[in-house]
Design a protein around this ligand. Sequence first.
Ligand SMILES: Nc1ncnc2c1ncn2[C@@H]1O[C@H](COP(=O)(O)OP(=O)(O)O)[C@@H](O)[C@H]1O
Ligand SMILES: [Mg+2]
Length: 367
Amino acid sequence: MTGATGPSRTSRSRSTGRGAQSDALAAVLAAVPFACAAFDRRSGALVAANPRFSTDLGALPGHGQRDALLASLYGDLTGEARGEEVRAPHSGRWYALHWRDLDCGGQALSLLTAVDISERIETLDSHKSQQEKLLFTSRMMSVGEMAATLAHELNQPLAAIVNYLNGSLRLVGQAGGPVQVERALQAARTQAEHASAVIARVREFVRAREPRRDAQELPLIVDTVLELLRLEAERQQLRVELALPASLPPVYADRVMIEQVLLNLVKNAIEAMREVPAAQRGLRIEARVNLDDEIEVRVCDRGPGLSPAQSEQLFSPFYTTKSDGLGIGLAICRSIIEYHEGRLFFEARDGGGSVFGFTLPTPDRRI
Ligand SMILES: Nc1ncnc2c1ncn2[C@@H]1O[C@H](COP(=O)(O)OP(=O)(O)O)[C@@H](O)[C@H]1O
Ligand SMILES: [Mg+2]
């Protein structure tokens, strides 16, 4: 670091005094525990700097000139600025900048101190993401409460509908027909009973309870989910292909939670194929032991798949492309799978469509 450069009006006449002054300035700056530098107020040239300045900001382009240094720090493209708090583009560290005017031996200086505040910024940022998580949880809880209320409200009328249908069936039976009416009533009862079963499961899921993990047979979970979605699948004339090896070890999981995950994924797959011609619709559920000795479950559809932009947002809560969607299905799936020390993933399916999958530990590999 050199002293004042270039001939200024006063520098020649008082050069000896200036030398002593700049030595004193350098000594003072060296004692400051922050990055500190003095610039000539008029020309902006660097006059003196302490070692901390050199290590922290000395690598920045233009650090020897005030305006060039500021341009580097606040630069539109690279420097992310928060008022007097700037992020140094070369190191990614945050600094609080303070400027003070200082007259030193007749020279007008601008003194810059740059205090490294990266730790405070990091704490703030992690606090913020903590807050966001909390907000998400509380939203999720209100969705859960909503589901519980709905389930409760629907349960009563559904039970009444089943009762009325049973009564009607008895009356039609006693009157001896007509048989078409009897069949229609039976079909209606099957649907109502199914709706009750779904609601019972929602209530079971929503009811506040600690997850209970133990050894679970995956094929039984798949059966339950397919049973819940049977009507939907029939309506769509959907071929469901299962590839679950008989030798598949059990998974270490909370059964209802994993049913919920699979239900969400299969539902999404079915919904993705709504617009696809019936002949092309094909759902495949497969499972295998992967290279990490985890159980990997994959739900494969022949829907339109996802653009890279879409797949980035996929797991953010409340992201949906459906007019009747809530956009929380995949977010719930992810938190459930992560709770199980597994991984939820997406990939494009060979020949078109998407694959949504997850991994789960086996009972002997649990952490
Ligand atoms: N199998 C799939 N194929 C194509 N897009 C999908 C599939 N599964 C999910 N998506 C996309 O991800 C979004 C979020 O899904 P999800 O969280 O389950 O919420 P929702 O189903 O309520 O929209 C969907 O709206 C859809 O755009
Ligand atoms: Mg969904």
